[in-house]
Design a protein around this ligand. Structure first.
Ligand code: IVH
Length: 674
């Protein structure tokens, strides 16, 4: 009998464990990597399910469970970690009038509720001692955070000093750091011009900005704050509202949208008003926060392990639309992952027309029983690529409705049998060296800025040369002939010459970047640098065992295995041999790996713009600093000169002309440094 019960319980126990793992990972991706994978709603639903399961199985209690602690953004280096005087908690979420009513029911009767906007940035805790800003801590893991005061001091609306007699000895003011919409769009435009990855939303952009090691760049990007909570000993005021008024009088940026409400009706009216009106605000908001106004009542209500009982968030529904699913197609990514794509009847969503959205993976299609002809919910969420989040109920069970299409068993591009790695949701095409998008993806990676930095060989040109049969792998690049390239439509003699110059210059790219450029799975830029430091030539690396590789910082068994396998593949060895013959740097040369130091640029402020043939932007930045100069992101009167590459940003060029700032080419700059 007992056995029978435990067998029934088993799947739920497994579900509990799986949910813990999934939510832990989602927290990490959200807080540390700034790459959200779940929508807030999905996250909350999974968290609720986990809470229920944990209540069912008290013997599985674990203090490390995501239900017991808030997500953590720790993990970035370079900032002092400081323990919070008061833990920085999260807020419980609600999505409906019913949930708000339920929360209100647990409060003392006739309670006053302060309604505020819920700003979608990241929380910050400002410490003031004798009126002076002494620390600015991120939430971190809720118990300790990173002190990012140098970056916070770049925000004009945050006072460094409050010169007033009524300021207490110590107080802490908490709020949200945000990148306003206009700044976010400018930043992404700039990043697009410079071929850097775009930020998915202002929250991610603000988070990335706050963790930069360069306050000047932070200042340039233009963060702002809204403050919403004062805490400390012997502070003035008996209510939350009074405290915020006081903070406003001391010069802090407090929102004008705060309202004291006396009933759920009033709260709902506030929500209804701001759900529309928030679209006119300069910053992103994702809900409303309700707080008990009276501080004595707040204290009585107290806290759970993760959230105050005296406050709750109401989340606005994400903007979504229903539209017809016309067809499912399958896209092969650069790493061979197959993504099912919903081809939709075009629909307006958050200001753009959407006609394609990701269907995630096979399990998603099966679980929702998705078929062409269905009406699907599509959302933009925080990500740039729209996604399908659900299926509308079918009105009829029309027998003509096509059945759920089966996931292809062969690659739609090259026909190879697909494989699904155990534990992964995605199907993959294993034909790395014979599948067109993978071949082109490898070449695109090889020529990219941070790898071999070959100018003039963009996505379209690679596609063209691939189709002409001139480019099949990275070694073919070094066999390209002027006449072959120049003979192509759209590619004249001039661009052929540029391309060949870029290819020639790439032969000087140092060993660590060559290693990164090879595109060994999971060997990113930083890992490649670390490996190249330990193995200073390809000949030594080629014979390294997985065990030896694992001794390198950042190299785990999976990466080690990938490297060993790479060198076992005869096709790779052939390519490497051709690359060696072409003259690529397969060992660390002294001159190429080290930047020389001098004070030739002492006192000069230099702006880098455009793209370069001989070194990457990061290398030029390093050179400027190593020679005593300062890097700056924007052109001003103080700019000494601009290091101008190809395709310099038009805004910068215009500004330089207006201010009479001179432009130096790559060659002139290198000449200057001798
Ligand atoms: S009060 C102890 N008020 O939302 C409670 N939080 O999801 C302190 N947030 O970590 C938070 N706007 O970063 C509060 N008006 C507001 C807010 C707000 C945004 C953020 C905050 C918090 C998160 C919880």
């Amino acid at each position: 009998m007992l056995d029978l019960f435990s067998e029934i319980e088993e799947p739920e126990r497994e579900e509990l464990k799986a949910l813990r793992k999934e939510l832990e990972e989602a927290n990490y991706k959200y807080y540390v990597l700034n790459m959200p994978t779940l929508s807030d709603r999905e996250f909350d639903e999974k968290m609720h399910r986990l809470q229920d399961l944990e209540a069912m199985f008290p013997d599985m209690f674990d203090p490390k469970s995501p239900t017991q602690h808030v997500g953590s953004d720790l993990g970035k280096k370079g900032f002092e970690q400081v323990k919070h005087k008061y833990p920085m908690l999260s807020l419980a979420n609600s999505y409906s009038r019913e949930e708000i009513e339920e929360w209100v029911r647990k409060l003392p009767s006739n309670v006053e509720i302060v309604c505020e906007l819920k700003y979608d940035g990241l929380s910050i805790s400002l410490w003031y001692e004798h009126g002076i800003l002494v620390r600015a801590l991120t939430r971190g893991d809720g118990q300790q955070g990173d002190d990012v005061i140098a970056n916070i001091k770049t925000i004009p609306s945050i006072p460094w000093k409050i010169d007033r007699a009524d300021v207490p000895e110590f107080f802490e003011l908490r709020g949200e750091v945000l990148l306003p919409w206009t700044r976010f769009e400018m930043l992404n435009k700039e990043r697009e011009e410079q071929e850097e990855p775009l930020f998915a939303n202002p929250r991610n952009a603000a988070s990335g900005t706050l963790k930069l090691q360069d306050p000047k760049e932070v200042a340039r990007r233009g963060l702002d704050t809204y403050l919403y909570y004062m805490i400390g000993e012997n502070l003035p005021g008996k209510t939350h509202f009074e405290r915020l008024e006081t903070a406003k009088a001391w010069g802090f940026h407090i929102s004008d949208a705060i309202k004291v409400c006396h009933s759920v009706d009033e709260v709902m009216a506030y929500i209804a008003y701001w759900d529309t009106e928030r679209k006119n605000l300069p910053v992103a908001t994702d809900g409303i926060v309700l707080k008990v106004n009276n501080l004595a009542q707040q204290e009585e209500l107290g806290y759970t392990a993760k959230t105050p009982r005296w406050a709750i968030a109401y989340k606005f529904p994400a903007e979504k639309q229903l539209t017809l699913l016309k067809e499912i197609t399958y896209q092969v990514g650069r790493t061979g992952v197959i993504t099912p794509v919903a081809n939709l009847e075009p629909v307006q969503l958050s200001g753009t027309v959407v006609q394609r959205a990701t269907l995630h993976n096979e399990d998603f299609i099966r679980q929702l029983d998705i078929r062409p002809g269905d009406r699907m919910w599509v959302e933009k969420g925080g990500e740039i690529i729209p996604k399908i989040t659900g299926r509308a109920e079918r009105e009829t069970t029309d027998p003509r409705l096509p059945s759920t299409p089966s996931f292809p068993s062969n690659c739609p591009e090259c026909g190879a049998a697909l494989v699904r790695v155990e534990g992964e949701a995605a199907w993959r095409c294993p034909n790395e060296s014979g599948c067109p998008p993978q071949i082109k993806g490898k070449i695109e990676h090889f020529v990219s800025r941070k790898a071999m930095n070959i100018d003039g060989l963009g996505e379209e040109t690679i596609d063209l040369l691939y189709r002409q049969g001139l480019l099949h792998n990275i070694a073919d690049i070094y066999d390209l002939k002027l006449e072959d390239i120049a003979a192509q439509e759209r590619l004249g003699e001039k661009s052929a010459q540029n391309m060949l110059a870029g290819i020639e210059a790439s032969k000087q790219v140092p060993w660590s970047r060559v290693l990164f450029a090879l595109g060994i799975r999971m060997v990113g830029e930083t890992t490649a640098k670390k490996i190249a430091k330990r193995y200073t030539s390809i000949d030594t690396l080629q014979w390294a065992t997985a065990e030896q590789l694992c001794a390198i910082e950042d190299v785990g068994p999976q990466i080690a295995e990938n490297i060993v396998r790479y060198f076992e593949d005869i096709r790779n060895l052939e390519i490497l041999s051709r690359l060696r013959e072409a003259g690529l740097q397969f060992e660390a040369g002294e001159s190429s790996e080290t930047v020389s130091h001098s004070d030739k640029l002492q006192g000069q402020t230099i702006v880098i713009s455009g793209t370069f043939a001989q070194h990457s932007r990061d290398e030029y930045k390093e050179m400027i600093e190593a020679n005593g100069g300062k890097n700056s992101g924007s052109v001003s009167k103080k700019t000494s000169f601009i290091l101008a590459g190809d395709n310099m940003g038009p805004e910068k060029r215009k500004k330089a002309e207006e201010l009479g700032v001179k432009l130096l080419s790559e060659e002139e700059f290198l000449g200057l440094l001798g």
